[in-house]
Design a protein around this ligand. Structure first.
Ligand code: NAP
Ligand code: G4F
Length: 330
């Protein structure tokens, strides 16, 4: 007998990861439902190529209005969609901004995860739940590289809220036997990254400066180091976790760090410009506290699920800069 197509529900489908995950799941034959919030602009640029395709939209891809803060509607969406797999990616995802808007960040990142776990608990059909945890839970990390066993020491409101949600996810797995996975993901980027994250800001500036549309870019700390991978590779790890026989937590990382300065130098080299002439520093972009030594050991996800990153740092940077140039030159 032919296998029934799987149905997935994605919160945060319009975000960077949501868009790549939707492409992956559609390619695997899933029916995909996304939760989208009401916005003043109807264009959802990252999934426009899918939602404007009549062969896909309304057939295997559906968008449902909802908001993380609106439990009644989320519950109704679950009842209508009856998802087999839920990928919970939505929420305020900017660490620096979480110092400005800590209450709404904690509500969206922390309490909304609890809300969704409670809905999962009440489902009659078995439902698998992926929680988008973050390396920010390790914050001022006590060891390096970090593993699934490293203690949580967050250094931002965002990190605290993710730590709360990560621990709750573990509690629901243990207490109720739910299939719940925490993907503890390190920074992952792409041409679809939000414009106020450092990698996209740099890639965009390098391209615009090269085309004479901008004269400089103002950044915060150039010394900060991150373990940067490609979002396309990281959504594959999310899917693999949900296919494994038992639920678990996994660190997903490249294991290699680069500084913001390295990113700048690589991006400007891609357009043959000396970055020192164009990059200015403003402490206004510094955070009250920065995590230290964030680099992940992905031994578990590599050995258990066979995952490995496919994109090298230099290729990621080049892809991001070339995408910006293509938009300008179109
Ligand atoms: P993103 O591009 O900022 O996308 C966030 C998504 O959440 C968007 O679809 C956004 O909708 C939606 N959203 C925000 N608040 C919402 C609300 N109240 N109700 C409904 N939807 C809401 O983030 P991302 O980079 O794809 O990351 C996905 C998840 O992984 C996030 O939870 C993030 O914290 C986490 N994470 C990311 C990284 C990384 O390096 N990218 C690393 C670790 C963990 P709109 O389009 O309407 O704004
Ligand atoms: O690009 P960022 O804003 O990413 P950050 O704070 O590492 O957070 C991202 O990765 C986390 C995973 O570890 C996710 F959980 C989170 O949702 C998000 O996706 O900043 C990277 C580094 C920081 O040290 C920051 O201080 O770049 C430094 N930086 C320097 N100048 C800047 C800037 N960051 C931003 N956003 N803008 C600047 O001008």
């Amino acid at each position: 007998m032919a296998e029934q197509p799987k149905t997935a529900l994605i919160t945060g489908i319009t975000g960077q990861d949501g868009s790549y995950l939707t492409e992956l799941l559609l390619a695997k034959g899933y029916t995909v439902h996304g939760v989208v919030r009401r916005t003043s602009n109807l264009v959802r640029s990252r999934i426009e190529h899918l939602s404007s395709d009549p062969q896909i939209y309304g057939r295997r891809l559906f968008l449902n209005y909802g908001d993380l803060t609106d439990g009644t509607t989320l519950r109704r969406i679950f009842a209508q969609v009856q998802p087999g797999e839920v990928y919970h990616l939505a929420g305020q995802s900017h660490v620096g901004l979480s110092f400005e808007i800590p209450e709404s960040t904690s509500e969206e990142v922390g309490m909304a995860t609890l809300r969704l776990l409670e809905i999962c608990r009440d489902q009659k059909q078995p439902v698998k739940f992926y929680h988008a945890s973050s390396s920010e839970i390790f914050g001022n990390a006590s060891e390096s590289p970090q593993t699934e066993e490293t203690p949580f020491r967050p250094t931002s409101p965002y990190g605290c809220a993710k730590a709360f949600a990560t621990q709750l996810a573990g509690v629901y797995r243990e207490a109720y036997g739910l299939f719940v996975c925490n993907g503890i993901l390190y920074n992952h980027e792409s041409p679809r990254r939000g414009e106020n994250f450092v990698t996209r800001k740099i890639a965009r500036a390098a391209a615009r400066i090269a085309r004479g549309l901008q004269s400089e870019v103002i950044l915060g700390s150039l010394e900060s180091r991150r373990d940067w991978g490609h979002a396309r590779d990281y959504v594959a790890a999310m899917w693999l976790m949900m296919q494994h026989e038992s639920p678990d937590d996994y660190v997903v990382a490249t294991g290699v760090t680069h500084s913001v300065r390295d990113f700048v130098a690589t991006a400007f080299a891609a357009v043959d410009l000396p970055w020192e002439q164009y990059v200015k520093r403003d402490p206004a972009f510094d955070r009250p506290v920065e995590p230290v030594r964030l680099v992940g050991s992905s031994a578990k996800v590599r050995e258990t699920l066979g995952w490995q990153p496919q994109t090298a740092f230099a290729d990621l940077v080049r892809e991001m800069v070339e995408a910006e140039l293509a938009v300008i030159d179109a």
